[in-house]
Design a binder for this molecule. Sequence first.
Ligand code: FA5
Ligand code: MG
Length: 339
Amino acid sequence: MRNKLEEIKESSKQVLKDIRDKASLEAVRVEYLGKKGKLTDVLRGMGQLSAEERPIIGQLANDVRSFIEEEIAKISAELEKAEIERKLAEETIDVTMPGKTNKIGGKHPITIVLDEIKDIFIGMGFQITEGPEIETDYYNFEALNIPKDHPARDTQDTFYIDDNTLLRTQTSPCQIRTMENMKPPIRIIAPGRVFRSDSPDATHSPLFHQVEGLVVDKGVTMADLKGTLEIFCKKMYGEDIQVRFRPHHFPFTEPSAEMDISCPSCHGKGCRVCKGEGWIEILGAGMVHPKVLKICGIDPEVYSGFAFGLGLERIVMRRFDVDDIRLFYENDLRFLKQF
Ligand code: FA5
Ligand code: MG
């Protein structure tokens, strides 16, 4: 037995000498020290030894086991060290390499200008509100004094969801929602997306943005409306901006007007964008119709108000000299990167 144990020790030395990886090391461990390993095999014969021999052989067997265990631990540590060194060498960072630049997005021109518009109106004491994009016929038309058979419905080609539900064609329903929930004095703007099945051209898009404005108080007049919009245009475009008001008709305002600014493309000379006019229409406005005030529970004998609906894209076009509204929705980075 003594010989066998010595043999095991010697052969383990030989085998371990050539080990180069963890898997083979584990295989050697199992082969020598495992439950069915060489050492265990020898120890099974211990029963046949005399009482004097047993502790001596036992001691020897333990020595052999510790020897092999220590050798394995040593080799394991060496392998691990080598592995770490290999990894470090592999993952060396070349600090002189140029870095990858992360492209940061920018604000969309529509967002940039909407932020400016909000600031201008907040500066004049307005609050910002919002309304839903999916509206009922009542808010989009009926409460705005546009009954079922009114011709004004045809001028805003509507995307219907069902007979009673639609994508809002204007932000004017926000007027109704605001007056239902607020008592005068009211001074709000309500920006948002609106939808019309208009055919696209340089100044028309089926999805666009409006900014609704509403002021209701005692003694509000058309002069307040004109003054507010002129101040707005001067703050947005500078003192020299040319604007003009034209009489118009909206069922929910009386009197009504539309406002134009000089064309973003030709600045008044006449071109494809303004269809030769030199002007483009940017908003509709007027004094809130007494019927609309009444529908919202506000006494038109006591209060009056004005409202306007700005076409946001047209304002952005003039602000940044963009000559086609469709550019805002094509997501072409060569365009968007310029802002
Ligand atoms: C209205 O939508 C009214 N609700 C405005 C209003 C509000 C009047 C409050 C009175 C009181 P209109 O349909 O004209 O009006 O549209 C308003 C503005 O939206 C236009 O002046 C124009 O600048 C813009 N606009 C209209 N259609 C389009 C379109 N298809 N694409 C881009 N902008 C548009
Ligand atoms: Mg119009």
